[in-house]
Design a protein around this ligand. Structure first.
Ligand code: SF4
Length: 291
């Protein structure tokens, strides 16, 4: 772990990442791709030590409140967060200044900050996004080795439901020939139904691979699934998009179950929902793009 000071923290669309790199070890992690120009070891987390200071400045100077997004490129609840509490400090600021938040993680450490999530959600809107890709617990420990398993993530979603905090499940990526099965999809769907998630985000059934990410993924396939790398190379060559041969069939299951259970699975609708700022106290709604 090493520290750095950055010049700004909020992107043009009000997204932020407090860390660069991640220690959760997902074998398919896109954030490893060389296009993101992470020059240090991926597990040697870069901590943006002036995050809170910059966030406070940014929130203070905004003319209108909006949703703040986090968790896109690095998990805000990676291991170092337990001691550093940078994510927690950011949530305190978001709460204090009356902004909303859409936060994405795989870790149950998010429960530590339930008090703040509830407080934000009382005043505006807090959307918790949990990634769940693998129903089988043993397989999950191989694919996402250093973070709590799907069963525990589903428990977190249930707690959010009890607290009235809206949730979205990222059901992606699904790995061809590994977890692209009806059993897996139905298992995750059952968790989502029980947790009454607001939405399920996915972009077909499959994954993407590019330079950096691909090499790491293949090395993990060699380690855990002998012969699988060769199957990927034979089937997909050097393609960026790696769709499951069962994509159409499995997507049909997802869409049918979502529509039966009142779960939104249209990605643009879900992104619009996460960007829509809601002022519950004033009963007003403002889009992030109005800033
Ligand atoms: S939690 Fe996200 S950022 Fe971290 S290793 Fe897994 S996919 Fe990558």
């Amino acid at each position: 772990m090493h520290e750095t000071k950055v010049k700004s923290i909020l992107s043009a669309q009000n997204g932020m990442n407090m860390y660069r790199g991640c220690t959760h070890g997902c074998i398919y992690c896109d954030a490893r791709s060389t296009c993101y120009q992470i020059l240090h070891e991926f597990e040697d987390i870069e901590v943006k030590s002036n995050t809170a200071e910059l966030l406070e400045q940014a929130l203070r100077s905004k003319r209108k409140k909006c949703m703040i997004g986090t968790g896109g490129m690095s998990d805000p609840y990676l291991h170092a967060e337990k001691q550093l509490k940078i994510t927690r400090r950011c949530l305190e600021l978001i709460d204090e200044y009356g902004f909303g938040v859409a936060i994405q993680t795989k870790s149950d450490l998010i429960l530590r900050d339930l008090d703040l999530l509830k407080s934000i959600n009382r005043k505006t809107k807090c959307v918790v996004q949990m990634t769940m890709t693998t129903y089988d617990e043993n397989l999950c420990r191989i694919l996402e080795p250093n973070v709590c398993t799907t069963k525990r993530r589903a428990e977190v979603l249930n707690i959010m439901r009890e607290e009235g905090i809206p949730t979205i499940c990222w059901m992606t990526p699904i790995l061809p020939f590994i977890n692209d099965t009806e059993e897996n999809i139905n298992g995750i769907l059952d968790y989502c139904k029980k947790a009454e998630v607001y939405g399920i985000l996915l972009f077909g059934i499959g994954l993407t691979l590019r330079d950096g990410d691909r090499q790491y993924f293949y090395s993990k396939l060699d380690q855990n699934f002998p012969g699988m790398k060769e199957k990927y190379v034979r089937t997909y060559g050097n393609d960026y998009e790696i769709p499951s041969p069962k994509s159409e069939h499995l997507m049909k299951i997802v869409k049918t179950e979502c529509s039966r259970n009142n779960i939104i699975c249209d990605a643009s609708q879900l992104f619009a929902y996460m960007r829509l700022f809601e002022d519950k106290q004033a009963g007003r709604q403002m889009s992030l793009f109005e800033d």
